[in-house]
Design a binder for this molecule. Structure first.
Ligand code: HMG
Ligand code: MG
Length: 301
């Protein structure tokens, strides 16, 4: 069993986490949260989303957040972009990295972005072309890669086709996403192997929600296949407003605890990360689900 010696974590808490919080977190608190995450040594932070404020009001202040965060030299800052209007907003905010987000199932695509997969790929083709012209790095998400809340089983061939389409239009990395936290370690190798047949494994990232508690086991299964980029959210914040019952991403603390134990480097300081989680927990209306976080807080009481 060979694991990578280093894993890159993409911290999605400020976006995937806060997009789903019912209590409005203020812009100032979002900025403070991102700054704490930068201070913890994160290499990549997905800060917000330049999506329609009608669809996701929680992300309406993306430009204000980007205007005030402290950008650390070793950190890349990114945001979701659904269309050319979003790309223009991202450009005005000085972004050099964006993410487009497609789905492997038709119904989820329509619920999430009000368009089918083909239409979304046409639009993302235009977004990517323009983003590459502007010198931006583009990441591509493929939602519902392990199952769809509306359609159930999603054929692996769809996951591969959408991933490949996004790479062809210039995405540097594909985040194969378990939107509803339904993946298990028996399923992960098959999906990763099929995607890696068409896309080099260095470009493959995995995005696990922890709805059924299998996210860490899924990370192990993916590392065995050679994957070394994982999305996670501080404290396990998160969900997706268009995926009923979806809960947070794998918690960054839980992931780092496991990786530290395996001697795998992440560059993220666990103590400093706990500060960021403690801060954001004080600004939302429920306890954070991260097991590591809860165990540590209980110990400190
Ligand atoms: P639409 O309603 O079909 O598009 O939405 P539209 O062009 O008719 O626009 C509707 C309104 O939004 C218009 O305003 C536009 O101007 C405005 P109005 O004229 O009605 O006042 N608008 C925008 N405003 C600001 N920025 C923009 C923008 N675009 C349009 N970029 C659309 C289509 C794609 C825009 C919409 O459905 C949308 O924004 N969806 C985003 C949904 C979303 O953010 N979902 C959560 C993120 S995805 C996720 O969580 C999954 C992930 O974590 C991976 C995983 O776990 O699977 C990434
Ligand atoms: Mg997600």
């Amino acid at each position: 069993m060979r694991y990578p010696s280093r894993v890159s974590i993409v911290e999605v808490g400020p976006r995937d986490g806060l997009q789903n919080e019912a209590t409005g977190v203020s812009t100032a608190d979002k900025i403070a949260f991102v700054d704490l995450l930068s201070a913890a040594g994160h290499g990549t932070i997905e800060v917000s989303a330049f999506v329609s404020p009608r669809w996701v009001p929680q992300m309406a202040d993306a430009a204000d957040v980007f205007a005030a965060i402290s950008r650390h030299p070793g950190t890349r800052y990114s945001a979701l972009v659904p269309n050319l209007a979003g790309l223009e907003r991202a450009r005005q905010s000085g972004l050099t990295e964006i993410a487009v987000f497609a789905a492997a199932s038709e119904t989820f695509s329509r619920r999430n972005i009000n368009q089918g997969i083909e239409t979304s790929l046409d639009i993302y083709g235009q977004v990517c072309a323009r983003a590459l012209d502007l010198g931006m790095r583009v990441r591509g998400y493929v939602s519902t890669a392990f199952g769809c809340p509306f359609e159930g089983v999603v054929p692996i061939s769809k996951v591969v086709a959408v991933s490949e389409a996004l790479v062809k239009m210039g995405a540097a990395e594909i985040s194969v996403s378990d939107t509803i936290g339904i993946a298990h370690p028996g399923q992960v190798p098959g999906v990763v192997a099929a995607v890696a047949e068409r896309i080099s494994i260095e470009r493959v990232a995995l995005h696990f929600h922890d709805t059924r508690g299998a996210a860490l086991a899924n990370v192990l299964a993916a590392m065995e296949m050679g994957v070394s980029v994982f999305d996670a959210s501080a404290g396990g914040l998160g969900g997706c407003p268009y995926a009923p019952g979806a809960t947070g991403n794998v918690a960054t603390e839980d992931l780092i605890y496991m990786l530290d134990g395996l001697g795998i480097e992440t560059g993220v300081d666990l103590e400093a990360l706990l500060e960021a989680s403690r801060f954001i927990e004080s600004r939302i209306d429920h306890p954070l689900p991260s097991r590591f976080y809860r165990a540590t807080m209980a110990h400190h009481r």
